[in-house]
Design a protein around this ligand. Structure first.
Ligand SMILES: Cc1cc2nc3c(=O)[nH]c(=O)nc-3n(C[C@H](O)[C@H](O)[C@H](O)COP(=O)(O)O)c2cc1C
Length: 196
């Protein structure tokens, strides 16, 4: 039997990404997100319109999608109550968010210069995708979120997870999963698709 419900959140278990964007003073902001997907070299991100990330992307349309592994979850969580917005918007104040300009220091992450875009990468993330923003759309049915379409320009992978020249080894790589506001790693491998 299924039950019809109206959950307050619909985070049904997607990888966490740490989106780096460029602040007006040339420094890099970090925003944890779980709403993203990639198909070919097209990426789509779901961003709350009250945050610093979307403000930065509208002004300076480039970013890095840094993908952490499960061992980084406490550092990701150290970023969770922070925003790069100053002053902090009222709705974020009510949810106990506070302003932080230097999120690298706040979460003990290391800056790494990017190759094709201005925002820095996060050294500790085994996968880093430098992107150019190609389109930003606010859906009519929900004006609180923006749908950001980006093009992957350059992919950096830790050599430990690279198989051959241009493949990621799924035995070595695993994402950090955000499952209804709880962090999970992957379980045991189940099998592979006919195209693997
Ligand atoms: C694991 C995790 C996943 C999140 N996923 C999203 C998301 O997909 N989209 C979003 O807008 N905010 C998401 N958030 C909330 C933002 O990280 C939060 O609004 C943060 O203040 C954004 O920082 P900024 O204002 O400096 O951009 C998530 C937070 C965490 C901890």
């Amino acid at each position: 039997m299924h039950q019809e419900i109206k959950p307050s959140i619909l985070y049904y278990g997607t990888p966490v990404i740490l989106l780096t964007t460029l602040n007006e003073d040339g420094s890099t902001n970090i925003s944890p997100l779980s709403s993203s997907w990639a198909l070919g070299y097209s990426l789509v991100l779901g961003l709350g319109i009250g945050g610093k990330a979307i403000e930065n992307l509208r002004e300076r349309p480039e970013c890095v999608v840094n993908v952490p592994g499960p061992e980084l979850w406490t550092q990701v969580e150290a970023l969770a109550p922070l925003t790069g917005k100053n002053p902090v918007p009222e709705y974020k104040l009510q949810a106990s968010f506070r302003f932080e300009h230097d999120k690298f220091a706040a979460a003990n992450f290391t800056r790494q210069t990017s190759v094709q875009v201005k925002p820095d990468r996060i050294l500790e993330c085994p996968l880093q995708i430098e992107c150019a923003v190609r389109n930003i759309r606010v859906p009519e049915h929900d004006p609180h979120f923006a749908v950001v379409e980006a093009e992957a320009l350059k992919v950096h992978a830790d050599e430990k997870i690279v198989l051959g020249d241009n493949r990621i080894d799924p035995e070595q790589w695993s994402p950090l999963i955000y499952n209804f506001r709880h962090y999970f790693g992957l379980g045991q491998p189940l099998g592979k698709t006919f195209r693997a």
